[in-house]
Design a binder for this molecule. Structure first.
Ligand SMILES: Cc1cc2nc3c(=O)[nH]c(=O)nc-3n(C[C@H](O)[C@H](O)[C@H](O)COP(=O)(O)OP(=O)(O)OC[C@H]3O[C@@H](n4cnc5c(N)ncnc54)[C@H](O)[C@@H]3O)c2cc1C
Length: 500
């Protein structure tokens, strides 16, 4: 072989190897390594605990609590902010680099809207400060605290917050979506307990919004329309309440029982002139939940009553008389135990990595028997054993506030229905999603809208679905605080027209 020929082969091999390396980098590192050591554009520096795709923990850190929603998303950088300054730096950095932003707290967004490809992920989950003022029953919390952490810390002082039933949901994501939980009929939504909020806006400045200062429009918008839309909330001042003992109830039936009657009786019970002393989930699974040790009944009314077990039994006598409940528990418990029982009795994820879809809708009036029949038939015929319909009563304190008083619009609803489905193989995605959407569609004559905390990418007009008649005002607020639409995601609120 001549020297020249050898050289030519060597050159070809070199070009080939270079292409492989180049392609390999692009394949393995979907995200470019953009954190420049020498910042030619003189952008502000990131601060906080920074994780990039060069770090071994990146693949764990990029996933939200909901694996299925975040598994295919690769942020450019994850900034675990430790304080407000870190948040400000991250916002200004992303703007300067023209990189999209996402905000994450508890990471529970059902569709993974708190992360994305190539984004600067501003994660506030390590900001967990809490200052409690027991003279005024108010607490100032940082945005990374989650439900369980706040319940536990407040309970030590005999107090509680208006939170949800899932321990790891972030308080900021919860409050900014609205926040429905056991105290909703007594005290309203989580966001109804907001006194003031600090938020890092698109400009990088910190805005303090109260109900009556110059930023009252922002506080209005943050109550039910604030998740990811206007800026990064860094602190929330909330009202807290005495944590009293309650009667916990868990009444469960199998599918061989008259389930349509059970649903009808539960709906009738919660349609009665509002009793602020009752809260419940009616949790209906297509099949018994396959977690043997949990012995979960497929159909169960779980809840709390501010009164004695004897009073509860008497008032629930009609529901208890239907068929033969396989579980019938009514007991007086401490408040923190009730919260734990909600968590323990509500099956959530099948495995750590299920395929999943969720959606929701509000019921503005009594649900007629034909609608109940549609639900029961859909669950009986479901091809997914993990199809779930969960009813939550509304009314009480939520409806004491008019729908236009905050961004949370569906205050006059009687019930919220949460649809979820889980399955194990990605190749069943289309089929299982269609089954869930099919049920949602068949119930549209009896339901309206959806809760933004249960986002659904298949909604035709997501803005109206989530915010009803409050959409225009939300767009105006967006225009004022984020005219360039820095804070955007798949279903975010766009700025109003004429906005610069
Ligand atoms: C298992 C489970 C149980 C649930 N239980 C309840 C319940 O009992 N009651 C109820 O009402 N809802 C419930 N939800 C819905 C839940 O309230 C919403 O998904 C909520 O938005 C999640 O908040 P997060 O901080 O955990 O999630 P994330 O995914 O971190 O955030 C959710 C949204 O809020 C935005 N966000 C988060 N932090 C901030 C911040 N500091 N500033 C600005 N925007 C921010 C994110 O960008 C994203 O758009 C539940 C969801 C799941 C998955």
């Amino acid at each position: 072989m001549s020297g020249l020929f050898k050289l030519a082969i060597l050159l070809v091999l070199l070009v080939f190897a270079c292409s492989l390396v180049f392609l390999g980098f692009n394949f393995l590192e979907k995200v470019p390594n953009f954190i420049d050591s020498k910042d030619v554009r003189n952008c502000p520096k990131l601060s906080g605990r920074i994780v990039s795709n060069k770090d071994s923990s990146y693949n764990k850190d990029r996933l939200g609590a909901n694996y299925y929603a975040s598994k295919k998303k690769f942020p450019a950088v994850i900034v675990y902010c430790q304080n407000t300054q870190d948040v400000q730096n991250a916002v200004l950095y992303a703007k300067c680099k023209k990189l999209p932003i996402r905000i994450r707290s508890g990471g529970h967004n059902h569709e993974g809207y708190s992360t994305g490809d190539g984004v600067v992920l501003i994660d506030v989950s390590e900001m967990k400060g809490l200052k409690l003022d027991t003279t005024t029953n108010t607490a100032t919390i940082e945005p990374g605290i989650n439900n369980l952490e706040l319940y536990s810390q407040l309970f030590k002082q005999g107090l509680t917050h208006v939170g949800g039933t899932c321990s790891e949901v972030g308080l900021s994501g919860l409050a900014l979506s609205g926040g429905m939980g056991p105290l909703l009929r007594k005290e309203g939504l989580t966001c109804d307990t907001l006194i003031s909020v600090d938020m890092v806006a698109a400009s990088g400045e910190v805005i303090h919004a109260t109900k009556d200062n110059e930023h009252k429009d922002l506080l209005w918008a943050l109550c039910g329309g604030g998740a990811g839309n206007f800026g990064v909330v860094t602190s929330m001042e909330i009202k807290v309440y005495p944590a009293t003992d309650v009667t916990w109830f868990n009444i469960g039936w199998n599918w061989d029982q008259p389930i349509e009657q059970v649903i009808g009786a539960w709906l009738d019970f919660y349609m009665k002139p509002d009793s602020k002393n009752w809260f419940s989930h009616l949790d209906i699974w297509a099949k018994p939940f396959p977690a043997e040790k949990q012995k979960k009944q497929p159909v169960k009314a779980l809840g709390v009553f501010w009164g004695t077990p004897e009073e509860a039994r008497e008032q629930l006598s009609h529901l208890l008389s239907i068929g033969k409940p396989q579980i019938e528990k009514l007991e007086l418990v401490k408040w923190d135990e009730a919260i734990k029982l909600f968590e323990d009795s509500t099956a959530v994820f099948l495995t750590e990595i299920p395929e999943y879809k969720s959606s929701g809708a509000f019921v503005m009036d009594q649900l007629p028997p034909e609608a109940t029949k549609i639900i029961v038939n859909a669950l009986r015929e479901s091809t997914s054993p993990y199809f779930n319909v969960l009813f939550e009563p509304m009314g009480g304190a939520i409806s004491d506030i008019p729908p236009s008083n905050t961004a949370f619009f569906y205050r006059d609803a009687k019930f919220f229905i949460n649809y979820t489905s889980q399955w194990l193989n990605e190749n069943e995605d289309q089929k299982q999603k269609a089954e869930l959407e099919g049920l949602r569609d068949r119930l549209l004559p009896y339901t309206v809208g959806d809760y933004v905390g249960n986002p659904d990418p298949d909604l035709k007009d997501y803005l109206t679905a989530y915010y009803g008649d409050n959409v225009d005002q939300l767009k105006q607020v967006k225009c004022k605080y984020d005219p360039e639409n820095i804070f955007q995601f798949e279903q975010s609120i766009p700025p109003g027209s004429g906005c610069k």
